[in-house]
Design a binder for this molecule. Structure first.
Ligand code: B1M
Length: 210
């Protein structure tokens, strides 16, 4: 990794948004390919953040600031990526299920997925099954359902049922997560996978569409 890309990579690990912004501008000005900046600096750094989180070196706050710094870099890169034809690895529709207003974890999952190269359609919180279905109709590879309440956990099941009834189930992989959710529950309700945290959600989504 050359000096400028390494500086962006390090700045993401440190959650230093200003240095990421400066570094991405400088790299583009120096003629670096947008796809190279994305893969070598941004996505690699977020993979490292995920590893550090899994190793217990980073906690949620470090992960959040790193993800925000990565997003700042991504915002600058986005129009250049579109111009240079760099395709996202897939499209994820994500939301917190109906009746549930918790979104901090869901946002973190969205940011890690974005850091892993996915296009994200974030439906927000309190999302009805019908809204998920409508979003899948617009095109999606992965659907991410988040729930933080034991009372809203069954809504994940209803949402998957609605997706099945719409005839779209075979077109998408469904992943679920949130504090009251387990791998066992994911199997019970017919999801394709469960991730306990944002970092593993990103690896799981990549694995499911590969
Ligand atoms: Co609420 N709340 N809350 N709350 N709240 C909890 C969840 C609770 C455990 C607190 C407690 O009692 N100890 C409890 C739930 C109990 C239960 O059902 N078992 C609870 C309750 C009861 C409530 C209310 C009912 C309180 C009331 O009004 N009486 C109410 C419900 C409102 C509603 O949703 N309809 C309520 C409201 C709120 C606030 C609005 C005040 C606020 C939410 C603000 C917001 O999100 N914008 C809030 C908060 C902040 C919490 C706690 C304190 C923190 C949640 C959080 O953000 N954690 C929470 C207690 C706790 O967890 N310690 C609590 C940090 C976040 C990074 O982690 O969300 O777990 P988490 O996400 C992780 C993983 O779970 C996973 O990855 C994330 C990142 O690593 N993950 C996924 C999440 N989604 C995923 C999706 C995936 C994969 C992984 O794939 C798609």
């Amino acid at each position: 990794m050359d000096g400028e890309l390494k500086a962006i990579y390090d700045a993401i690990l440190e959650g230093d948004m200003e240095s990421v912004t400066e570094g991405v501008h400088a790299s583009l000005d120096a003629g670096e390919a947008p796809g190279e900046i994305l893969n070598t600096a941004l996505i690699s750094a977020m993979e490292r953040v995920g590893n550090l989180f899994e190793e217990g070196e980073y906690f949620v706050p470090e992960m959040l600031v790193a993800a925000r710094a990565m997003k700042a870099g991504l915002e600058i890169l986005r129009p250049h990526l579109a111009d240079s034809g760099v395709d996202p690895v897939g499209k994820v529709v994500i939301g917190t299920v109906k009746g549930d207003l918790h979104d901090i974890g869901k946002n973190l999952v969205g940011m890690m997925l974005e850091g892993a190269g996915f296009e994200i359609v974030d439906l927000g919180t309190d999302v009805t099954p019908d809204l998920f279905v409508a979003a899948i109709q617009e095109g999606a590879d992965v659907v991410g359902l988040s729930a933080l309440l034991t009372t809203t956990r069954p809504t994940m099941k209803n949402t998957i049922q609605a997706i099945e009834e719409s005839g779209l189930r075979d077109q998408v992989k469904i992943i679920i997560g949130g504090a009251p959710v387990t791998a066992d529950y994911a199997r019970q309700i017919g999801a394709d996978g469960y991730a306990p945290d944002a970092s593993q959600a990103a690896s799981l989504a990549k694995e499911l569409i590969s």
